[in-house]
Design a protein around this ligand. Structure first.
Ligand code: NAP
Ligand code: GCO
Length: 262
């Protein structure tokens, strides 16, 4: 096998991308499909699932869609078993589904905090637990957890999200540690500030956060979901077989930069 492009090929692989009807998940799944993977994805909302299937079809991708709440362990185990029957064993898991609640911590209800932790941290555990046994039996696999700037930094109003994404970084490292011997590589992608529905409230014209982020980003722009495609294919492919427990930040340089002088 020549190194390039074979090492980056995902031909014959099955990828499960959670929460991938649109946004970052859709872009990641599309990239994996373009590299040859067969795509399975889920959504918690039937209408969004249908819209996602139509969007994949419009992009020339035959994706397999499943209605599933990633926090519901029995439902996740049932979905993974259905994927194994209908598509094949999951070779690549991308834990993308996630939410954020922007509330000052002292005003946040514990139930809101728990909901963010449940979706952004407990669910990646549930999904990884569901796919790892078959990956071990198959001789290996890839798990990619979608982390965040908040895996490294805090800011006002995102306490639950930062706690979850910080935990997700350590869950990534622990899965890498516990299953590396089974040829399972678990890594993270830490997107910077990306133009998606999740950040739309921060990008309204004149919103002070918009100029703030541009001043904190050496690239002087918001990220686009396309910026995440190459890192995803790399971490899903055999080109990264000796990369394990790493979080690849795709942030335009935010974490390296003190910020533009006012
Ligand atoms: P988004 O536009 O809000 O999409 C999130 C997706 O997750 C939606 O498809 C949503 O489905 C799904 N989802 C939420 N809860 C779910 C559940 N319980 N079960 C199944 N699916 C569920 O978010 P995004 O901006 O694309 O972000 C995707 C991931 O990247 C998240 O983990 C986010 O934390 C992370 N991230 C985003 C940015 C950014 O700047 N956008 C930066 C760093 C990291 P519904 O639409 O049906 O609710
Ligand atoms: C926020 C944003 C961020 C991004 C992303 C940054 O309110 O600060 O939503 O959290 O979503 O996680 O990496």
């Amino acid at each position: 096998m020549s190194f390039y492009p074979d090492a980056f090929s995902l031909k014959g692989k099955v990828a499960l991308v959670t929460g991938a009807s649109y946004g970052i998940g859709f872009a990641l799944a599309s990239a994996l499909a373009e590299a040859g993977a067969t795509i399975a994805f889920n959504d918690i909302n039937e209408d969004f699932l249908a819209q996602g299937l139509a969007a994949y079809e419009a992009a020339g991708i035959k994706a397999h869609g499943y209605l599933c709440d990633v926090t519901d362990e029995p439902a996740v185990q049932k979905m993974v078993a259905q994927i194994e029957r209908e598509v094949g064993t999951v070779d690549i898991l991308v834990n993308n589904a996630g939410i954020i609640k922007r509330v000052p911590m002292h005003e946040m209800a514990a139930s809101e905090f728990r909901q963010v932790i449940d979706i952004d941290l407990t669910a990646p555990f549930i999904l990884a637990k569901a796919v790892i046994p078959a990956m071990i039996a198959k001789g290996g696999g890839k798990i990619i957890n979608i982390c965040s700037m908040m895996s490294e930094l805090g800011r006002e109003t995102v306490s639950a999200y930062a706690a979850a994404k910080g935990g997700l970084k350590m869950l990534t490292r622990n899965i890498a540690s516990e299953y590396g011997a089974h040829n399972i590589q678990c890594n993270g992608i830490g997107p910077g500030y990306i133009e998606t529905p999740q950040t739309a409230p921060l990008r309204t014209p004149g919103h002070p956060f918009n100029s703030f982020i541009l001043a904190k980003t050496p690239a002087n722009r918001w990220g686009r979901t396309e910026d995440l495609k190459g890192p995803a294919v790399f971490l899903a492919s055999s080109a990264s077989d000796f990369v394990n427990g790493h979080v690849l930040y795709v942030d335009g340089g935010i974490l390296a930069y003190i910020g533009k002088q006012p």
